[in-house]
Design a protein around this ligand. Structure first.
Ligand SMILES: *[C@@H]1O[C@H](CO)[C@@H](O)[C@H](O)[C@H]1NC(C)=O
Ligand SMILES: *[C@@H]1O[C@H](CO)[C@@H](O)[C@H](O)[C@H]1NC(C)=O
Ligand SMILES: *[C@@H]1O[C@H](CO)[C@@H](O)[C@H](O)[C@H]1NC(C)=O
Ligand SMILES: *[C@@H]1O[C@H](CO)[C@@H](O)[C@H](O)[C@H]1NC(C)=O
Ligand SMILES: *[C@@H]1O[C@H](CO)[C@@H](O)[C@H](O)[C@H]1NC(C)=O
Ligand SMILES: *[C@@H]1O[C@H](CO)[C@@H](O)[C@H](O)[C@H]1NC(C)=O
Ligand SMILES: [Cu+2]
Length: 628
């Protein structure tokens, strides 16, 4: 992906960022230019289709009485569904998805792992076998799934479980109150970057009609192990990916004299279009480092859902997707096929800092996959575009994300906004002035997150004996009042840190477990001060991942409706691993009640086994990451 050296230097903090910052143009104008007229719903009769069955012409309905307007956060209103079973074995293996042979960790021998697929309201049962031979534990998290009443199935190691020790298994079971597109991934250290992930597809209503669908997993890709690269983050900056993958495929331009170069294994993923049909594409960003820009040559599209939340449709021809985010888009197969029948699907890294245009058209090859109207074609399309219409590197504007199921947020008294600012600390000794420090770790709310896998949050809460006070590095934020709106500012604007150094202003995709939060405000390069910003309270954007723009702030709110220990972290995996994380302890007295006696015993046994396995694990001596 050839990001130029300036970017590396910038990330490493070695060059002045001013040169790049002055390029901060007026993003709103550029964004508006890209945002085509909103649909008048002329291509969907969804306002009139509340009581029918889901079909290509009636995607807003579901089963006759549930539809796009059903409150899916109320489990009693969700379809009953059936039980869907999956069995995943995690192993080590060699793969070459982009034509370069690398050692990774695989789900059922493949990357990406097989889909978890079913319908709205179904119960999903996933048995995970840890057959890794490198001593790694594992744990599966189901990204964006709210886990209403099943916090213990959240798969966060060090929080809701001890890791699954090598040679052992664990069964997850949860019910899908939401529907849409997402992904599952390991929540053991940096393991998802090394391959342990796959799509989650939950069929339900959609705010735009379509005929058929495809799932597109978009990812950056590294040729080294994430565990090795972690040192690059701590002693410098997040490593730059070598490659990018669309559904686990790409062509890396490697040197054929390199024995790891296997060009015959690389290639482009293709999807087939039939003229006149409409396709739902589930775009799922499973990246580790970069925000990406996505577009398809010769096509416009309509955005129908953001994360697990159906939205009022809007048209565009290019979209930015942060790590962990998803968009369901509907593309009409109506391209001009008189000169070509193959079209590039493009994906480009967004340049950091935010608000700047993408790398010049020539700097990075945007070609990532192919749409084919002639299914027999094997040709590469003639290139139409290698730049995304000046799309700036910024999350989709909040005003575009208007949930169909409307929820308003009560205005907060200014004093209740709690500041969870990110910052840097010197590492390994946080008393050393930053300039003299060897490395750094990330803080959230002035503390570096770190959990002991052998003593998860649940153990401190009293699942294996007495309730004990948390160590500071567990960063619990207690939310004990029931059904109450809580509000947080995540302020990245040069907050004083312990070591006196402010982090370089780049975008951080903030993800929360157990909730869709409302996004009340989002600003780039701007200081948050009380009362200085008008909050969006009337049906604001709701999702599980939103960007904290570089040097700016993000204000979120959610209702304490789901008891549990829920992580909130940066989804740039290397940041989360170096401490950019914290946890909410929501309605503590109700958390452990969710486990049956049998489940509590299983938890204890798995922890005992993990503690035993860990004693002889050589990784004990190395630089350990935050855990989650
Ligand atoms: C990939 O590399 C491993 C280790 O060197 C080797 O065993 C394996 O055969 C290679 N795979 C291919 C397809 O060449
Ligand atoms: C996990 O496996 C990687 C190699 O794939 C190794 O570098 C790392 O130390 C292991 N970590 C743990 C905690 O076992
Ligand atoms: C996925 O997210 C990363 C990180 O936020 C970003 O750089 C990348 O551009 C995104 N991919 C797409 C296709 O939007
Ligand atoms: C995409 O939208 C633009 C602006 O409305 C329009 O000019 C163009 O013809 C559209 N392209 C296609 C393939 O529909
Ligand atoms: C950490 O740094 C401070 C200030 O330089 C020093 O006084 C202290 O001894 C150091 N601590 C350790 C454990 O090295
Ligand atoms: C962060 O912590 C340090 C020392 O623990 C303290 O001096 C400083 O005031 C704190 N900063 C904020 C903004 O809370
Ligand atoms: Cu981050």
């Amino acid at each position: 992906m050839r990001i130029h050296n300036a970017l590396w230097g910038l990330l490493a903090g070695a060059v002045s960022i001013n040169a790049l910052l002055h390029a901060d143009n007026e993003p709103s104008a550029a964004v508006a230019g890209n945002l085509l007229a909103r649909t008048n719903h002329d291509d969907t009769d969804y306002e009139h289709s509340r009581s029918c069955h889901n079909s290509p012409k009636h995607r807003a309905c579901w089963d006759g009485h549930r539809n796009l307007w059903t409150d899916y956060e109320d489990m009693s209103k969700v379809p009953r569904g059936k039980v869907r079973k999956f069995e995943f074995t995690i192993t080590n293996g060699y793969i070459a998805p982009d034509g370069y042979n690398v050692s990774k960790m695989l789900v059922n021998g493949q990357y990406p792992g097989p889909p978890i697929e079913g319908d709205w309201g179904d119960t999903f049962e996933i048995i995970v076998h840890n057959k890794l031979n490198n001593g790694n534990g594992t744990a599966l998290h189901f990204h964006g799934v709210q886990q209403l009443g099943t916090n213990h199935m959240d798969g966060a190691s060090g929080i809701t479980q001890c890791p699954i020790p090598p040679g052992e298994s664990m069964k997850y079971r949860w019910r899908a109150n939401q529907y849409g597109s997402s992904w599952y991934h390991s929540h053991f250290s940096l393991q998802y970057t090394d391959g342990v992930l796959g799509p989650i597809i939950i069929h339900g209503p959609t705010s735009v009609n379509y005929d058929e669908e495809y799932t597109l997993l978009l990812s950056d890709w590294f040729h080294e192990s994430a565990f090795t690269m972690f040192y690059a983050e701590v002693f410098g900056a997040p490593p730059i990916p070598e490659s990018k993958l669309l559904n686990g495929k790409w062509k890396f331009p490697c040197s054929t004299t390199d024995p790891r170069c296997l060009p015959s294994k690389g290639g482009f993923s293709g999807i087939k279009f039939k003229k006149g049909k409409k396709y739902k594409l589930r775009l799922i960003n499973t990246s580790t480092t970069f925000l990406q820009t996505f577009w398809i040559d010769g096509h416009n599209f309509t955005v129908a859902a953001a994360d697990f939340v159906p939205i009022e449709p809007y048209k565009t021809n290019v979209i930015n997707i942060a790590i962990g985010q998803r968009y369901d888009i509907i593309v009409e197969a109506n391209a001009d096929t008189s000169k070509q029948t193959d079209f590039w699907i493009n994906m480009k890294n967004c340049l950091i800092p935010p608000g700047t245009p993408p790398v010049e058209c020539s700097a990075e090859d945007g070609r990532t996959g192919i749409v084919r109207y002639d299914s027999s074609s094997k040709m590469d399309p003639p290139t139409i575009s290698n730049c995304a219409n000046n799309k700036v590197c910024q999350e989709e504007p909040l005003a575009s994300i208007r949930p169909i199921l409307k929820k308003n947020v009560p205005a907060p008294p200014a004093s209740v906004l709690q500041d969870l600012f990110p910052s840097w600390d010197s590492w390994p000794n946080n008393s050393v002035p930053f300039e003299q420090s060897l490395g750094h770790k990330w803080n959230m709310a002035n503390e570096t997150f770190f959990v002991d896998w052998a003593k998860p949050t649940y153990t401190y809460l009293g699942l294996e004996g007495q309730r004990k006070p948390f160590p500071e590095s567990y960063q619990p934020i207690y939310l004990n009042e029931k059904d109450k709106w809580v509000y947080f500012v995540i302020n990245a604007n040069f907050t004083p840190t312990r070591s006196g150094k402010a982090p370089i202003p780049i975008d951080h995709p903030i993800h929360m477990h157990g909730h869709d939060f409302a996004v009340l405000a989002q600003a780039t390069h701007q200081q948050y001060t009380e009362g200085s910003v008008k909050l969006s309270l009337e049906n604001p954007a709701r999702r599980d991942t939103a960007v904290l723009p570089g040097g700016g702030f993000l204000i979120i709110a959610f209702e304490t409706k789901n008891p549990g220990a829920w992580l909130m972290h940066c989804h740039l995996a290397f940041h989360s691993s170096s401490g950019f994380s914290l946890q909410f302890i929501e309605r503590e007295s109700e958390i452990l009640q969710q486990l049956s006696g049998h489940q509590a015993k299983t938890y204890h046994k798995q922890c005992e086994d993990w503690r035993k396995a860990w004693e002889t694990n050589p990784a004990r001596e190395g630089l350990r990451d935050s855990g989650a």
